[in-house]
Design a protein around this ligand. Sequence first.
Ligand code: BGC
Length: 914
Amino acid sequence: MNKTFIYITLVLISWVSVAQNTIQVTDLQCEMLTNPLGIDVVQPRLSWQLETDASQIEQTAYHILVASSPEKLKNNEADLWDSGKVNSDATVNVQYTGKRLDSKDEAFWKVKVWTNKGESNWSESALWSMGILTYAEWKSTRWIGYNHLFEGDSIGQFAKLSARYVRKPINLKGKVKSAKVYIMGMGLYEFYINGEKIGDQVLAPVPTDYTKNVKYNVFDVTSQLQQGDNVLGTILGNGRFFAMRQEYKPYKIKSFGFPKMAMQLVVEYEDGSKETIKTDESWKFTPYGPIRSNNEYDGEVYDARKEMPNWNKVGFDDSDWLNMMWVQEPGGFYEGQMTPNMKIMDEVKPISISSTSRGTYILDMGQNMVGWLQIKVKGNRGDKITMKFAESLQDDGSLYIANLRDARTTDAYILKGEGEEVWEPTFVFHGFRFVELTGFKSKPSLDQFLGKVVYDNMETTGTFECSNETMNQIFKNAFWGISGNYKGMPIDCPQRNERQPWLGDRTTGAYGESFIFDNQTLYAKWLDDIKYSQTLDGGIPDVAPAFWRYYGDGVTWQGAYMKVADMLYTQFGDEKVIKEHYPYMKKWLLYMEANYLKDDLMTKDKYGDWCVPPESLEIIRSSDPTRLTDGEVLSSAFYYHLLQIMKKFARIQGNSDADIAYYDALAERIKKAFNTKYFNRENYSYANNTVTANVLPLAFNMVPDNLQQKVFENMVHQIEVVKEGHISTGVVGTQFLMRTLTEFGRGDLAFKLASNKTYPSWGYMVENGATTIWELWNGNTADPKMNSQNHVMLLGDLIIWYYENMAGIKSNPEKPGFKQIIMNPDFKAGLTYVNASYKSIHGIIKSYWKLNRNKLQWEVTVPVNTTAKVYIPTSDALKVRLNGEKINSEVYQSENDKIVLSLKSGTYTISAKL
Ligand code: BGC
């Protein structure tokens, strides 16, 4: 008896301790931020990931402790929140419901979990800090600026304004225990303490419509401050605030005035006392520093002769500097910035340099990139080097600049003549592959130049490689195009005088992008930009923030509001964005209905199926009625689709029955009217039978029952025969094309479109030297008026298709955030292998399959605490092996001639004969 008892106890103890060592809680995040300082959400959401070598792990409970100091947390003294043991499998977005936190409070937290196979230890601890929660707390912090032009400044088409160098000596009376700075520097700022730059961000803060909301950044500056004298220094650049063609087209381009700033430095001394230093008119500035002008479109001019050594350190003589003035605040409310700033994310070494007959040199970076060029030069004081940026060359080897419109894209550096000088700009970026260099007396060497790649500081979460080289290169081009166009908001292009966050370019693109980049906080911020730009009657602009004031009242562009929110829900499990934005979305839907719904059809459209392949290679916009799809067709179908999404959102946000009934009834009426007017029962086509006119009703499930297959066959005929196996859709149709083809059984045709090298296709761009994605299918021959070589809108649903349909990595929308993964690749589309991974919010998902004749070999990784449904296209279970073993009915079911394995976390090898 005794013996048996002891034996059982031992087994139990050793089992628990093995499990404790193997299950680890990692990657603690608050509001999905890796550096969560200045959170201004009163009840932030906490997330973590589980890691283990063991398989089939499910979390059964968690326990969170939150304390006001690291010491307390260490002793498990959770004075802010002790969640207790909560039976739940949630690891993402668990809402803090502890003591109410005040402005600037710090919270330290950790978590442990229980699983079906034992419990973890306590995680490492993590921290978040609160922002400034009330407007009143900023009241005595003055906005300071100086609303005047100085020598060299100008307004107008090519507005110029030197950077303002701002300086404030301070004296700290004791030893600093901790210190944080809360800074708003408009349009862009660089902040220094005692000469040291604070943070590794560039081009901060993220742009907003400053009359609606202004973002502040928060930094922990404890280690930069000392007892006694210190100097705070700021350089203010223009960004979108000043110099976006200031007062050039005031009816169209929004501008905000002269640069300005407001800042609080909160210091806690070791004796427990606190002091807050705030901006006021005692701060001094000079407009005569080295950055002579900085304009996002035209470039930066830097005169090194005007450098002011140690201007941001103690002891500098600022007696001839001017005092800042107390100026009006920008107008918008203040918000802690909840998405990371931009950063230098990569570097590119140039591949060649060649001389021109004009005595200049052309540098080739080998990649169309976004950011800037660092130069190393030697020369005489006053020598001037200029760099003009362009995406490609003309036949004669000179820069192709016609597509930049009136953007001058030129940086200039004037040497101080003191040995080797290393320089890069501070407040501009360029989209370029080639740089024309002027001012070198002899041919410079390649190692004098380095490309700095600049985009939002976000993790690359996806990899993709397959057996088709064209598809691989398209993926790389997409990577460069998408990342380069992240500029605190998703912009259309980085090179010409536009760079606007057009809604329609990302309606579906954002979803594809989310497989490659952790873009959750960026797109959450963008939804706020859209919300803030809504008119009082409900209209939404074409561009948000509405730096260009276009309120075109379309559906396909404006629909990005709902589609991007849906992406955040499906890919990241983010319900909060739905709840927050639902009322504004609904307002827009009703606004459109009230103003533009006639005879149950949505009559207003602005851009059509933008950028279809035109009838001649030289033109931008087609006027051929057989290529274009009627705006009413696009808008009505899209509006119908949005109503379906809104039904889902209504459910998520609760209290929804009346709303759902309303959307349902409206959708039914639209479907009926749409089919009555546009469905042609003789040839099973829609409207004028473009691929777009057919793919939308197919994708949106509007086609009358039992006729889907017929409509699909007609569409396939259009693609295969009429368009000879080529794409004929523009920005709207391409968003649904690849998935619809595959889901209706013609993955092979989608594969043909994805791997085509002839015009029009993505591969045609590759064949013609593209290293990003073009704005136009005919981007190498079209009129330069609208012909960017770095636009991502034509990607449509291609990247989604890469991951969901080719790799088989798809989040089940019913169990969002990849809580359940649908792994159902089309093995027969034409690829022989795909090797892809995606770092989801639960951990890494992998899918690596190879097909050798009919033999499938597939390695799959399912993250801890998730499940996967894995589809194998055979109905014969005997032909399937899981980790080398036959499968039994506990792990699989049959579904439409496929074996579906239900897998829990772990790495598996699947083999099958197909
Ligand atoms: C932009 C596009 C945008 C379009 C809408 C173009 O100038 O570059 O990205 O969607 O205008 O009209």
